[in-house]
Design a protein around this ligand. Structure first.
Ligand SMILES: [Fe+2]
Length: 299
C-alpha cells in the first residue's frame, strides 16, 4: 500500500514487470529521484499546479520551428549532460557540444576561401584550421559544416527577408592536408528565445538568456567519428555563464587582429582583419575513448 515513507518503493514496484529491462531501469530510477525531490522540497499543492501549468505551456509553445522543451532541457543543463555522457573523448580528440536549434537548413556547398558573410556586415575574419585523426594524421577531404550569427546576434533562419538565405553558413571540403579556411565575420553573443515559459523561468530566477559568441561546426571524415561542436571566442561576454552550459575550456580560441595589407589582399579581406584558428581531431570509427562514469553506477 502507498504511504509517505514507502511511496517511491511502492510506485517503483509497479514497474517491476516492464518487459524491456532498460525501460524498467529508467522508470524505477525516475520514480526514486522524483519522489525524493518532492519530499525534499515538501512540494505544496499550489506549486504542483504551477508546475503542471508550466509544462503545459511549454508543450503548447512547441512546434516544428520552436522547441520549448529542448530549450528547457538546455537551461537545466540536461542537454549538455546527455551530450557529454554520450561523447566522452578522454581528452584524445576535439570535444563536442550541443547542436543547438539553428542547424535547420542544409549549409550551402562552398569553395575553400569563400566569403560566407553574404550581407557584408561585421568585422571581417579569416577562419581556418586543420582536421586530423587521433595520431595527428591529416584527413584530406573532411567535410566541414559551419554556421554562425551575424554581428547583430541572429542566425539567417531567424531573420528571413532581413538576412540572405544561407548567410553565414557553409559546407567546405578540407584540402589534401586536411586544411580548411574561409572568410566570415566575428560572431556575436546572442540570447536564446526568451519570450516563453523558459524565458519566464530565467527571469524569475535572475538568470540571463545569453550565450557567448561562437561558431558551430560539424566535422566528418570517412572512417572517423564525426564531431558536433563550437569554437568559442575568447573574451566574449557570457563565456563563464552560458545559458545552456555549452562552453568547454578546450573549445575557446582567441580572435587576433591582423594589420598587414599584403596578407589582407592575399586572403581577400579589407585591412585590418581578424583571424580565428580552430584545429579539430577526430577519433577513428569504432575507437572507444577511455570510459569514465564519475557520477553513476556502471552498466
Ligand atoms: Fe549558436
Amino acid at each position: 500500500m502507498f504511504d509517505e515513507e514507502r511511496s517511491a518503493e511502492v510506485v517503483a514496484a509497479s514497474f517491476a514487470g516492464t518487459p524491456d529491462p532498460r525501460l524498467r531501469q529508467v522508470m524505477t530510477s525516475l520514480v526514486q529521484h522524483l519522489h525524493a525531490f518532492v519530499k525534499d522540497v515538501e512540494l505544496t499543492e499550489e506549486e504542483w499546479g504551477v508546475a503542471i501549468d508550466f509544462l503545459t505551456r511549454t508543450g503548447q509553445l512547441s512546434d516544428e520551428v520552436r522547441q520549448e522543451f529542448i530549450l528547457l532541457s538546455d537551461v537545466l543543463g540536461v542537454s549538455m549532460l546527455v551530450e557529454t555522457i554520450n561523447h566522452r573523448t578522454g581528452g584524445t580528440s576535439t570535444e563536442s557540444t550541443v547542436l543547438g536549434p539553428f542547424h535547420m537548413v542544409e549549409s550551402p556547398v562552398r569553395d575553400l576561401g569563400a566569403d560566407i558573410a553574404l550581407d557584408g556586415k561585421g568585422t571581417p575574419c579569416l577562419v581556418s584550421g586543420r582536421v586530423t585523426g587521433p595520431d595527428g594524421e591529416p584527413l584530406p577531404g573532411a567535410a566541414v559544416d559551419v554556421w554562425q550569427t551575424n554581428e547583430d546576434g541572429f542566425y539567417d533562419v531567424q531573420q528571413p527577408g532581413v538576412q540572405p538565405a544561407g548567410n553565414l553558413r557553409g559546407m567546405f571540403t578540407a584540402d589534401e592536408q586536411g586544411r580548411f579556411w574561409f572568410r566570415s565575420v566575428v560572431p556575436r553573443w546572442y540570447p536564446i528565445p526568451d519570450d516563453g515559459p523558459v524565458g519566464q523561468l530565467l527571469a524569475a530566477t535572475g538568470r540571463h538568456p545569453n550565450r557567448p559568441a561562437h561558431l558551430h561546426f560539424i566535422v566528418a571524415a570517412p572512417g572517423h567519428r564525426p564531431v558536433t561542436t563550437h569554437v568559442f571566442v575568447a573574451d566574449s561576454p557570457y563565456l563563464d555563464s552560458d545559458a545552456v552550459f555549452g562552453v568547454k575550456e578546450s573549445l575557446v580560441r582567441p580572435v587576433h587582429e591582423v594589420d598587414d595589407p599584403a596578407r589582407a589582399a592575399e586572403v581577400g579581406l579589407p585591412n585590418p582583419f581578424c583571424t580565428l584558428t580552430f584545429d579539430l581531431s577526430l577519433l577513428r570509427a569504432g575507437q572507444e575513448p577511455p570510459a569514465t562514469n564519475p557520477g553513476g553506477r556502471s552498466r
